[in-house]
Design a binder for this molecule. Structure first.
Ligand code: NAD
Ligand code: ZN
Length: 384
C-alpha cells in the first residue's frame, strides 16, 4: 500500500504558547496581518492575547469577525469580499472549526481568478496565496491540522468539504488557555467530534499506518480526558490533552478520512443547523454498532490501547466496550441522544436518507457498505 500525509510544518503546543506568535510574525516578515475570528471569540476577550503578541512586532492588522458558526459558502464569500479590500501577507485564524475553515478558504481565494463556487465544483483549482497560522479555540474539529474546509450548501440543505493540499496550515498554535473558559456544552460537542475523527479514521477503509498512529494517539487522549475536561472546567491538564487529541484527530482525517458518522451527520448540519459535534454525537454509537461486525478488529485494537485490563477478552467484547464507552461519553457530557429537540421527525426521514446517501466522498471510506435501508434504519434510531 502506498500512502502519504500532509501535516502542518510548524506546531507549537503547551499552555501559553500563543507567545510564539511574535516569533512567527517576525520570521514571516509580516507587516500586515489579516485576522479571522468570530463575534463569540471577540466576546471572550481571547483575541487580546493574540493582539498583545502582534503589537510587540509593530505589524498592522485587520480583524474580520463577520462569520456565523457553521457558515454557508455564501457567508465565506462575503467574508472574502470584505478581506479583498485589505492587503496582508499573513492570515491568522483564532476560533473554532468555522473560523479556521473560512480562513483556510480565504488563503486560497484572495487574489485568485477562481471563486468559492468554482472550488466546490473543482477543489483541485486551489492554490495557496497567503501563509496561515491556526489558533484553535475549541477542542474538536482538528481543522488546524487538515487540508479540508467544510461549508454548508443551503440549496442542497447539506454540507460539503473542499479538500486540497494547499489549504494545509503553515503554523499551528495549540494553547490550552484558549479553551480554559470554553462553555461546557462546546467542550462536549467538539470533544465528541474529535473522538469521532479518531474512531472513524481508525476504522476507515482508507486507514494507513500513519493515520492509525495518530488516530490511536488521539483516541487515547480523548477517551481518557473528555469526561474530566467536561466535568471540571479548571482541569487544564485534561484540556491540554483534549487539544492535542483533537489535533492528532485532524492529522488522522487528512491521512485517511472519516466515514459514515460524518457522512450521515452532514444533512443534519446543513438543513437543521445542528452543531457539527452534536449531530455526530447523536449518530456515533449507532453507526459504530452497525459497523461492528466489519470493524471488530479495529475497535478491539482501540480497546487494547485505552483499556489494557481487557487484554484477555475476545474481540467481540472489546468492540462492544468501545461502543458502550462512546454512548456513555455522550450521556455523561449531556449531549442530546435524539433529534427530537431539534424539531426533526419521521416526516424528515426521506430527505435525510436521500441527502445522507449522497455523501459518497465519506461513505466510500466506511468498511461496511450502507444500503438505503441501512441508512434509513440508522436515522430511525435517533428520530423521536
Ligand atoms: N476542516 C476540518 O477538517 C473540519 C473537521 C470537522 C469539522 N469542521 C467544521 O468545523 C465547524 C465547527 O467548528 P467547531 O465545532 O469548532 O465550532 P465553531 O467554530 O462553529 O464555534 C461554535 C461556537 O463556539 C464559540 N466559541 C469558539 N471557541 C470559543 C471559546 N474558546 N470560548 C467561548 N466560545 C467559543 C464560537 O464563537 C461559536 O459561537 C463546522 O462547520 C464543521 O463542519 C471542519
Ligand atoms: Zn468532525
Amino acid at each position: 500500500m502506498v500512502y502519504q500525509v500532509k501535516i502542518p510544518s510548524n506546531i507549537y503546543g503547551g499552555e501559553g504558547c500563543i507567545e510564539k506568535v511574535k516569533e512567527i510574525v517576525e520570521k514571516e516578515h509580516a507587516k500586515k496581518i489579516l485576522i479571522f475570528t468570530d463575534k463569540g471569540i471577540i466576546a471572550t476577550g481571547l483575541i487580546q492575547l493574540l493582539l498583545n503578541e502582534i503589537e510587540k512586532t509593530g505589524a498592522e492588522y485587520c480583524i474580520f469577525d463577520n462569520l456565523i458558526p457553521e457558515p454557508a459558502y455564501q457567508d465565506v464569500e462575503n467574508l472574502m469580499n470584505e478581506a479583498a479590500h485589505h492587503d496582508g501577507s499573513l492570515i491568522i485564524a483564532i476560533g473554532g472549526g468555522s473560523v479556521m475553515d473560512a480562513a483556510k478558504l480565504c488563503s486560497v481565494l484572495k487574489g485568485a481568478d477562481y471563486n468559492i463556487k468554482d472550488l466546490l465544483k473543482n477543489p483541485g483549482l486551489a492554490k495557496k496565496k497567503i501563509k496561515t497560522v491556526m489558533i484553535p479555540t475549541t477542542c474538536g474539529t482538528g481543522s488546524e491540522a487538515t487540508c479540508n474546509a467544510i461549508v454548508a450548501i443551503p440549496e442542497e440543505r447539506s454540507k460539503q468539504g473542499i479538500v486540497n493540499d494547499s489549504m494545509i496550515p503553515d503554523y499551528v498554535v495549540l494553547d490550552s488557555q484558549m479553551i480554559r473558559k470554553l462553555p461546557r456544552q462546546i467542550v462536549a460537542a467538539t470533544g465528541v467530534d474529535a473522538l469521532a475523527h479518531a474512531v472513524e479514521c481508525y476504522t476507515s477503509r482508507k486507514a494507513t499506518p500513519i493515520s492509525n498512529t495518530y488516530a490511536l494517539a488521539s483516541a487515547k487522549l480523548i477517551f481518557h480526558n473528555i469526561r474530566e475536561a467536561y466535568i471540571d472546567p479548571d482541569n487544564m491538564e485534561a484540556k491540554s490533552n483534549m487539544m492535542l487529541g483533537a489535533f492528532y484527530g485532524g492529522i488522522a482525517i487528512t491521512a485517511s478520512g472519516t466515514t459514515a458518522v460524518h457522512a450521515l451527520s452532514y444533512p443534519l448540519g446543513g438543513k437543521y443547523h445542528i452543531a457539527h459535534g452534536v449531530s455526530n454525537a447523536i449518530l456515533f454509537a449507532h453507526v459504530m454498532e452497525f459497523n461492528k461486525d466489519a470493524c471488530k478488529r479495529q475497535l478491539a485494537e482501540i480497546c487494547d490501547a485505552i483499556h489494557p485490563v481487557m487484554a484477555e477478552a475476545g474481540e467481540d467484547e472489546k468492540a462492544q466496550y468501545i461502543i458502550d464507552e462512546i454512548a456513555d461519553i455522550v450521556k455523561t457530557t449531556e449531549i442530546p441522544v435524539s433529534l427530537e429537540q431539534f424539531g426533526v421527525s419521521a416526516k424528515d426521514l426521506d430527505f435525510l436518507v436521500d441527502a445522507g446517501s449522497r455523501q459518497t466522498r465519506l461513505l466510500v471510506n466506511n468498511r461496511k457498505e450502507l444500503s438505503l435501508d441501512d441508512i434509513r434504519n440508522i436515522y430511525l434510531k435517533v428520530l423521536p
